[in-house]
Design a protein around this ligand. Structure first.
Ligand code: LLP
Length: 444
C-alpha cells in the first residue's frame, strides 16, 4: 500500500498506525486496509479511463465487488464516482445497504436466480449482463410482469486464451461464461433480445477474458472481435449499440516479478486499441466509438490491504545434503487466503513488528489448518531470529482473500480493519466461535 513505512523501531506503519498497535487493538489475523490507498486507486482508474476515453464517448469504471465488498467499501466506491459490478444477490444486498445508486450497478453472473433478477429489476439496476438463453427468457418474462424495460448487455465469449491461471481465464471457448461468438450464439442472443423491445433495452456487448493479466495482447484480440460483433449488430439490425464493456482483469504485483502499468498508462493503451479497431471498420474516424466501460476489481483493492498474522511456531526441517527449511506457522492460512492452494499464487511477506539484524534464512510461511498445502508464502527470506509472538505482514491481500475466505476447520474469519489518518476502525468485524455455532442446529 502507498503509505506503508517503518518507524524507528522497525515497526511497519500504515497511514500513521503501527502494526503492534493494530494487533493489540484488533487482534490477529487481520486484514488491514489502507483506505486512502483504495480511494486513490479508484480515482486513478476513474480519472485515467475518463481522460483517455474523453475523445470518444467517455468511459465508466465499474469496481468489481467480487474482489472485496462490504458496506463501507461500497460507499467509498460511490463517493469516488465509480460504478459497481455485483454478481450475486448477496453483493446486491450489500450495495443496497450502502444505498448505492442502482443506475450505476451492473449485475453479472452465469446463473442468476429468478428471485435475484426480480430484486435487481425492482431495485432498478443500470445493467443486467445476460449470460444464457435461459436467462434471456427469464429477464423478458420478469420485465414484462413488472412493467419495466430491462437494460441489458450481452456477455460474449470471444475465444481468446488469456495468459493467466486456467481457473481464472474466461475468454476461451470451453468454459461456462457467455455466448459464443464463433458459434453464432452471440448474434442469436442479440436477435432474441431485440425481438422484445418493450421488455428489453439492449445497450451493448461485454467481454471479460480473465484475471491477473499483464499482456495487453489478450485485450487487443478480445476488443478486435468484440468491436466486430458490435458493428455486425448495428449493420444487420440497424440499431445503435451505445455501449461496449471490456471487463476487468488487470494484474497487480504480488511479488517483484510483476510490474503492472499505472492506471493512466493502461487506460491510454486500451483507448488506442479501441480507437484502432473502430477506425479499421471503414470510415476511419472516431465517431462510431460508443461509451466504454471497464470492470477492475483486483487492481483497485488488491494492493490496498495486507494481512497481519502472529507467528505461533517456528520449526526447522532438515532436507538432507546440508539443506534446511524453516517453517513459520501463523494464526491464519488457507481459510483467509485460499489463493496459494487454489491457484498456486505467490506472495511475499515481511517481519512487521521489529527490526532484526539476524541473517536471512529461507522460510516457508504456513497456516494453522490441517493440510500440508496450507501455505501462506511458499518461499521468503525471513530473519533467522523470527520467533513466536512476532508479527508477519503479507501484502497484496485486498482482492479475493476475504471474499474467498472460508471457515475451514471451524476457524472464525478475521476482521477487515480500515486505517486512515492515524485512526483504525473495523469495517467487517471478526467472526466469533458463537457466530460459527449460531448456524449449527444443536437440537436437530
Ligand atoms: N468483470 C467480470 C465479469 C469478472 O468476472 C471479473 C472477475 C471482473 C470483472 C474483475 O476481475 P479483476 O479485475 O479483479 O481481475 N478468484 C480469482 C479471480 C476470479 C476473477 C473472477 N472474475 C483470483 O483470486 O485470482
Amino acid at each position: 500500500a502507498g503509505s506503508v513505512t517503518r518507524d524507528d523501531a522497525g515497526r511497519l506503519t500504515v497511514a500513521g498506525v503501527d502494526v503492534v498497535t493494530l494487533a493489540e487493538r484488533h487482534g490477529t489475523a487481520a486484514y488491514v486496509l489502507d483506505e486512502d490507498d483504495f480511494r486513490s486507486r479508484a480515482r486513478a482508474f476513474r480519472d485515467g479511463f475518463g481522460a483517455s476515453f474523453e475523445r470518444f464517448g467517455g468511459a465508466d469504471v465499474y469496481y468489481a465487488g467480487k474482489a472485496f465488498l462490504c458496506t463501507a467499501v461500497a460507499r467509498w466506491v460511490d463517493e469516488e464516482g465509480l460504478y459497481l459490478d455485483v454478481c450475486t444477490g448477496g453483493e446486491l444486498a450489500v450495495a443496497r445497504r450502502a444505498a448505492f445508486p442502482p443506475e450505476r450497478i451492473a449485475f453479472h453472473g452465469n446463473n442468476k436466480t429468478v428471485a435475484e433478477l426480480r430484486d435487481a429489476l425492482e431495485y432498478g439496476v443500470g445493467r443486467i449482463v445476460v449470460d444464457s438463453f435461459d436467462e434471456i427468457d427469464r429477464v423478458v418474462a420478469l420485465a414484462s410482469e413488472l412493467g419495466v424495460r430491462a437494460p441489458v448487455m450481452v456477455r460474449v465469449t470471444v475465444g481468446v486464451e488469456a495468459h493467466t491461471h486456467e481457473f481464472i481465464a474466461t475468454g476461451h471457448e470451453d468454459q461456462k461464461f457467455g455466448f459464443s461468438l464463433a458459434g453464432g450464439q452471440a448474434m442469436e442472443a442479440v436477435a432474441r433480445l431485440l425481438a422484445h423491445p418493450d421488455a428489453v433495452d439492449l445497450r451493448g456487448v461485454h467481454s471479460h477474458i480473465g484475471s491477473q493479466i499483464f499482456d495487453t495482447g489478450g485485450f487487443e484480440a478480445a476488443i478486435h472481435r468484440l468491436v466486430g460483433l458490435h458493428a455486425q449488430v448495428e449493420a444487420e439490425h440497424g440499431v445503435p449499440m451505445p455501449e461496449i464493456d471490456l471487463g476487468g482483469g488487470y494484474g497487480i504485483a504480488y511479488t517483484s516479478q510483476h510490474t503492472p502499468l499505472p492506471p493512466a498508462v493502461l487506460a491510454e493503451a486500451m483507448a488506442d486499441i479501441v480507437e484502432r479497431e473502430f477506425k479499421a471498420l471503414g470510415d476511419g474516424d472516431n465517431s462510431r466509438v460508443p461509451r466504454v466501460s471497464v470492470e477492475p476489481g483486483r487492481a483497485i483493492v488488491g494492493p490496498s490491504t495486507f494481512t497481519l498474522y502472529e507467528v505461533g511456531t517456528v520449526k526447522r526441517v532438515e532436507l538432507g545434503g546440508g539443506h534446511a527449511r524453516t517453517y513459520v506457522a501463523v494464526d491464519g492460512g488457507m481459510s483467509d487466503n485460499a489463493r496459494p492452494a487454489l491457484y498456486e499464487a505467490d506472495y511475499s511477506c515481511t517481519l512487521a513488528n521489529r527490526a532484526s539484524t539476524a541473517e536471512p534464512v529461507l522460510a516457508r510461511v504456513v497456516g494453522r489448518h490441517c493440510e500440508s498445502g496450507d501455505i501462506v508464502v511458499l518461499d521468503e527470506y525471513l530473519p533467522a531470529d523470527t520467533r513466536p509472538g512476532d508479527l508477519v505482514a503479507v501484502p497484496g491481500t485486498g482482492a479475493y482473500c476475504r471474499s474467498l475466505s472460508s471457515q475451514y476447520n471451524h476457524t472464525p474469519r478475521p476482521p477487515v480493519v480500515a486505517v486512515r489518518d492515524g485512526e483504525s476502525r473495523v469495517i467487517v468485524r471478526r467472526e466469533t466461535i458463537d457466530d460459527l455455532l449460531a448456524l449449527d442446529v444443536a437440537d436437530a
